[in-house]
Write a new protein. Structure first.
Length: 159
């Protein structure tokens, strides 16, 4: 009786685990734990978190003081030129600023040898920084192990 009950209780978990294995990489990437540190009073950070959740990411947020946020950025050794208003950690990567969901999905699918993605300076038109129809061009930067960066994706480019 106990054995049967154990099997019945484990069955949904086992089916869920088996189903997880057949998801494409882009979907599995969205299911990775994602921790975001942000100011409790920053509206654009909250809008970005909402946008990322709407795009399939499971996010745990931690509201911290500005001083604590700077300590986190320093601990992660995020270069000053790449910093923005909030910092996330997913897998072995940090995510700094208003990075589009499509860029993070691309990063997690390709797994480059890098430290993280950054969208510095809170550009208008980036996720969470919407202001009507205005969309300033911006780049998502891939920050390499040596802290050099390269353009990962260009956004809002007028052609």
């Amino acid at each position: 009786m106990t054995r049967m009950r154990d099997l019945v209780e484990r069955r949904p978990f086992m089916l869920g685990f088996a189903g997880f294995a057949v998801f494409p990489a882009s979907v599995r990437a969205e299911l990775e734990p994602f921790k975001v540190f942000k100011s409790p009073t920053c509206g654009c950070c909250s809008k970005w978190v909402k946008y990322m959740r709407e795009n399939g990411f499971i996010i745990r947020t931690k509201d911290v003081s500005d001083e604590q946020l700077m300590k986190i950025k320093n601990m992660l050794r995020i270069p000053l030129k790449h910093r923005s208003c909030h910092t996330g950690i997913i897998g072995n990567y940090w995510v700094e600023g208003h990075v589009p969901a499509s860029d993070l999905k691309k990063l997690l699918a390709s797994r480059p040898d890098a430290r993280g993605l950054a969208v510095p300076n809170m550009p208008i038109g980036s996720p969470g920084m919407e202001m009507g129809s205005r969309k300033d061009p911006f780049d998502a930067l891939l920050v390499l192990k040596n802290n050099r960066d390269r353009i990962f994706t260009r956004h809002n480019i007028i052609r």
